[in-house]
Design a binder for this molecule. Structure first.
Ligand SMILES: Cc1cc2nc3c(=O)[nH]c(=O)nc-3n(C[C@H](O)[C@H](O)[C@H](O)COP(=O)(O)OP(=O)(O)OC[C@H]3O[C@@H](n4cnc5c(N)ncnc54)[C@H](O)[C@@H]3O)c2cc1C
Length: 362
């Protein structure tokens, strides 16, 4: 990490309640982001600020030099591929805190600050006796990034338990609260990838956790794992433990080998297109969706194209999970991207399906 405490920017006084104000923002320059992205790509940020409070964001927006710089909001760096130095401003979300903020007969509302680690937050809710988020255990990253792609795993997704969030809007320079309908959640998608892209910074996220809890065992592999553990009436913690065990078995740990989880989204096709593909490829792996569409297993298609376990220099495809691209050493983001493009081209040529990347390419 680089060095210098280069400048201090005083928030513009007058617009703020002095009691809430931080004394100053600390700007760092030429900061290596290697330890701050799970691919372990060594690019540098020209300017870097750790964001602790809304006042920090207000001060940046009010500052004529800082407000015009292109921004990258950084959480845990687990859904990013950094292909070049970041010429503008990296805002690293480090605000922490979590608590129960409301309850009724039916549900309990919990709120976590954006810089909280997602998995730690999930474990904390379970320790409070508040089930709901257990299927989403061990997803890397921060609470603040979780709504961006509506994180999901093992038959559950963030939107199922989302209550509201607070964001700071760099265009209006105001904070506002969004509820579920405002966020346009979809499969690995939300309004933050579209209309609010590049302008919204999520400050905190609130979840509505049900008092009358039902285990979600829709995902066959999870049900099988619990059966193998002889658990017939699982608690939420049993489910979390099973999810953690499956994930540890299946997915490479970024601490051991750089990766950003699934590199491609599973493509969704119509029932008609699925039937045509099935005629040609009877082994095709797919998952019917509630709306009648069919989700195809991108990993299976990549495997069929012979990519599983292969490498191009230090950029590679994981040997157990064809959907996960890995950095086997000092790969650059551009090398990983070049590999991803070759894989997409092959899948397109063979199956007529175009793959979309899941991580944000910077
Ligand atoms: C091993 C592994 C397994 C994974 N498994 C899953 C999985 O099962 N399901 C799943 O959905 N994802 C999975 N992921 C992807 C990743 O964990 C999630 O997308 C996670 O929510 C990213 O959080 P982050 O804090 O690391 O975000 P970052 O990578 O830091 O940022 C991702 C995007 O969100 C933006 N962003 C970050 N914080 C904020 C904020 N506070 N306000 C506004 N924008 C923000 C960034 O600018 C960027 O565009 C996996 C990743 C890895 C490495």
């Amino acid at each position: 990490m680089a060095q210098i405490l280069a400048e201090k920017i005083q928030p513009a006084r007058g617009r703020y309640n002095p009691a809430l104000m931080e004394p100053a923002l600390t700007l760092l320059h030429d900061v290596s982001l290697r330890a701050l992205n799970t691919f372990g790509i060594d690019v540098h940020a020209r300017t870097f600020i750790s964001v602790n409070t809304v006042s920090d964001l207000e001060a940046i927006a009010a500052n004529p030099q800082l407000s015009v710089l292109p921004r990258l909001i950084l959480g845990g760096g687990s859904n990013l591929l950094l292909t070049k130095d970041v010429a503008g401003l990296v805002l690293h979300m480090v605000n922490t805190g979590r608590r129960v903020v409301g309850e009724s007969e039916r549900r309990v509302i919990v709120r976590a600050q954006a810089g909280e680690n997602w998995h730690d937050f999930v474990q904390w809710t379970l320790a409070q006796g508040l089930p709901g988020l257990e299927n989403l255990s061990l997803i890397p990253g921060s609470v603040g990034a979780a709504p961006i792609q509506n994180i999901g795993a093992y038959g559950s997704e963030l939107a199922d338990f989302f209550h509201s969030l607070t964001l700071f809007d760099f265009v209006t320079r105001e904070t506002r609260v969004l509820i579920c309908d405002d966020c346009h959640f979809g499969y690995r998608d939300s309004i933050f990838k579209h209309a609010l892209r590049d302008r919204a910074v999520i400050i905190d996220v609130s979840f509505a956790l049900p008092r009358r809890w039902q285990p979600n065992l829709r995902y066959a592999e999870l049900a099988a794992e619990l059966a193998a553990r002889n658990v017939s009436a699982p608690t939420a913690q049993d489910i979390a433990d099973a999810v953690i065990a499956i994930r540890r078995r299946k997915l490479p740990d970024p601490a051991q080998i750089g990766n950003a989880g699934s590199f491609f989204k599973n493509p969704v096709v119509s029932a008609e297109q699925h039937a045509q593909l099935l005629e040609k490829y009877p082994q095709l792996v797919s998952y019917p969706q509630l709306d009648g569409s069919i989700k195809l297993a991108a990993g299976w298609m990549i495997d069929q194209c012979g990519w599983k376990g292969r490498s191009l220099g230090a950029a590679g495809v994981h040997e157990r999970q064809a959907l996960v691209l890995v950095n086997r050493g000092d790969a650059t983001g551009q090398e990983i991207m070049a590999l991803a493009e070759m894989i997409s081209d092959d899948v397109q040529a063979r199956f007529g399906i175009s793959l979309e990347t899941e991580p944000v390419i910077v």
